[in-house]
Design a protein around this ligand. Structure first.
Ligand code: FES
Length: 127
């Protein structure tokens, strides 16, 4: 499901002060119900087109478990109605709204707000 001209914002953790909306790529560059990786400065960002929910999410691509750049290839799903991604390597699972690890003691990950505007995915950063 493509969403054009619709602005949808998911706020990450509190106190985030978005200064840059990075125009990442057109929405059709992201597979439905899957993820793809984009680069912003020296960061790899996993972007998820969660079309089953009609939502988009972004988080760091780096899995903190074994420091692998793999989260964009993770499986997305819902836990108690909340969106999550499971790392493809050892299935550590992270909330896509708060970044917290949901099934282990791993560190949390950074999540970023996403908005869709004029058919493009924009990701919000604080710098
Ligand atoms: S590297 Fe991601 S769960 Fe192990």
């Amino acid at each position: 499901m493509e969403q054009h001209n619709e602005i949808k914002v998911f706020e990450p953790t509190a106190d985030t002060d978005i200064k840059v909306w990075f125009k990442a790529a057109p929405v059709h560059a992201f597979p439905e119900n899957g993820g793809a990786c984009v680069k912003y400065k020296d960061l790899q960002i996993a972007v998820f087109n969660f079309s089953r929910r009609g939502e988009w999410y972004a988080c760091q691509n780096l899995c903190p478990h074994k420091m692998q750049m793999v989260l964009s290839r993770g499986m997305i799903g819902s836990l108690d109605g909340k969106p999550k991604v499971a790392c493809p390597f050892h299935k550590k699972t992270f909330s896509l709204t708060t970044g917290e690890c949901l099934n282990a003691e791993e560190c949390s990950i950074s999540v970023f707000p996403v908005r869709i505007e004029d058919g493009f995915v924009h990701i919000g950063f604080t710098q």
